[in-house]
Design a protein around this ligand. Sequence first.
Ligand SMILES: [Mg+2]
Length: 229
Amino acid sequence: MANKNVSHVIFDMDGLLLDTERLYTEAIQNVCDPFNKKYTWELKQKVMGKKESESVKIIIEELNLPIPDKQFLEEVHQQYNILFPAVELLPGADKLVRHLHKHNIPIAVVTGSDTASFELKSQNHKAFFSLFHHLVLTGDDPEVRHGKPAPDPYLIGARRFDDGVEPSKVLVFEDAVNGVESAHAAGMQCIWVPHREHDRAILEGKTELILNSLVEFKPEEFGLPAFES
Ligand SMILES: [Mg+2]
């Protein structure tokens, strides 16, 4: 399945480059605590990678929370303000992105986050994010009508490279099932890097490759320059 002359690489951000998924869970659980509700892994899987406005509706409905969307969002955002500035890069992210950048492989980020959330999470990683050709912040990007799992975010991500790119030559890295579906719907190759708790059977045999961590990635297997040892 692999080795299809990849020329461009697009990364998801949350839970793939940045160790934010843990913090999202903590923030949302803190808001659910007063109602004695548990933000479960099953529920989290349903909202991962979706636009925030869609995620909030799903969480409130599934947990029967007696508060309006707006209030839930405000409380969650207060938690983000506290938790996000200290977020760390995930293992292997820095090395891989620097390597691709050094070899002039065009790279981009396509995330469900909006601009404010991105600013909060990237404030201690500005040099790292400056290496990308562009970032698609689908949370408030006017061109993105439908979030992941629709193909729109990745198609728009591909179109914004200087000369555009054939989707089949794009390799996507994703940690969320919604994101893998989005990349595949866009006609791209996708490597899934699921969280430890994730049930891998969901996508077994349906995606190009499954890795435990970006550290395991061998660029040469996708026609990209190998790491210098
Ligand atoms: Mg993600």
